[in-house]
Design a protein around this ligand. Sequence first.
Ligand code: SAM
Length: 530
Amino acid sequence: MPIVSDQEYLSLKEASEWATNYTKKRITTSNILYLVQYGRIKKHGENGTIYVSQKELENYYKTFIEKRQIEWKKQLGEDLNWALSFEQFKESETTKHVHRLHPYKGKFIPQLVEYFLDSHTDSFKNEIFFQKGDLVLDPFCGSGTTLVQANELGMHAIGVDVSAFNALISNCKVQKYDLFKLQKQIDDITKILKEFIYRTNIIDFENELQEQLTKYNNQYFPVPEYKYKIRQKQINEEKYGKEKERDFLKIYLSLIQKYKVQLKNEKQTNFLDKWYIPHIRKEIEVVFNAIKDVEDTNNKKILSVILSRTIRSCRATTHADLATLKEPVITTYYCSKHGKICKPLFSILKWWLTYTKDTIKRLQEFDKLRTNTFQICLTGDSREIDLYEELKKRNHPLADIIKEKKISGIFSSPPYVGLIDYHEQHAYAYDLFGFERKDELEIGPLFKGQGKEARDSYVEGVAQVLLNCKKYLADDYNVFLVANDKYNLYPLIAEKAGMKIINQYKRPVLNRTEKDKGAYSEIIFHLKEK
Ligand SMILES: C[S@@+](CC[C@H](N)C(=O)[O-])C[C@H]1O[C@@H](n2cnc3c(N)ncnc32)[C@H](O)[C@@H]1O
């Protein structure tokens, strides 16, 4: 171990203990290793043992954590309630069990729902709003976070979403499955997929491409030196990346020729044609047809969700642009996220295997926590849906519960004005499954913008939803709405819905997307009958 100046060097284990103590948050050795691999701190040590400098580590945490709180309060106001950031929770906890069955842009974290639904009190929440056995409503159900947490807490819940695919995800999360049978169906489908792949030359092509890529990346993008040099500005990433991208393209194109791999679909009429190379398109079809043959409806649905998650990861885009598709990328490219040359995908097999395994694991985890309660997400427009009639039509036990005992309250996050197109974010799934799209019924979609007209119709829309829901709410209901109200629309919405805002909790939103880490807060409005 080199002794350099007065710096103290720590092994990964020591560093993780030191950092845990310093940040009061559990920091694992892999968290430290991540910092090293991504060039945030430098690697020291010889003979394969990694050491890090305590000073450098301390600087890192000072800059990224302590400063953040001060900076954010400066920007967003001193009334920011840092306890509601839930920063002590690791990502694996905020995406626990079924919450990560399928990506969905715009969900809230389960800990936030739990905070308001459960029976604890603290200096901010000095009252208990919901009890076990209560019925909770989420009229903007999204991917079903409220439903899942209600179940965990022993509460019944109804969700409504205008997007059929979102309702599918939500219902799949709360559904109980015969996991043994599901595993068998997965194995059968995997076998069909593998047999299809083995009849093509795509594996040989990918193996050779991978071999070349590994050689090239090891030579020109060594880990972790390359990233460290970028952070230290010793390399101009853009220039260097472009140069190497061009260089490797020659190798890539010669392999494409050698194996006669087709890169584009002849017709480009829908999302699937545009975003999937022909071979992947065929694999998707093979799996989809196999799912169609599954008899059990519930298993068929969860298998469809796995397929959807799989194909989402296989769109012909760069790793950095997965969330915001630009143009299809069908060649190798310099990837700023991974700091090396990456390649597009040529098979869905890897992701299918990963996600089938992951889904079973998540369903098992949730099985251990679930209570004997009822949850369902209905597909419809919350401004006008007749909850009782819809539940009766589906012969659901909640039809009786809603009649006998009214809904205790709402926990929901309406869309924010002009931020997300909720149908469009799952365009691949609508194309594949042929669900009817109802984009024009979305409240506050991105495609309508944030202008005056859009804001007015947003106010009307959310107020109408609340008025419609009120028909089913108990007299002393509690309504909690999570919103980023940058246009100050909620006082008017409350007024129009005959409600009053009795409290506002302002929470910082951490861990947003990679690209978007700026100061950001949202408000949880607590409303009651006027
Ligand atoms: C912010 S998201 C909710 C996310 C959810 N809290 C979660 O954790 O997944 C808002 C949802 O409202 C839905 N929505 C928009 N307009 C609607 C309407 N008129 N009726 C019902 N749902 C609507 C969107 O499809 C979207 O899924």
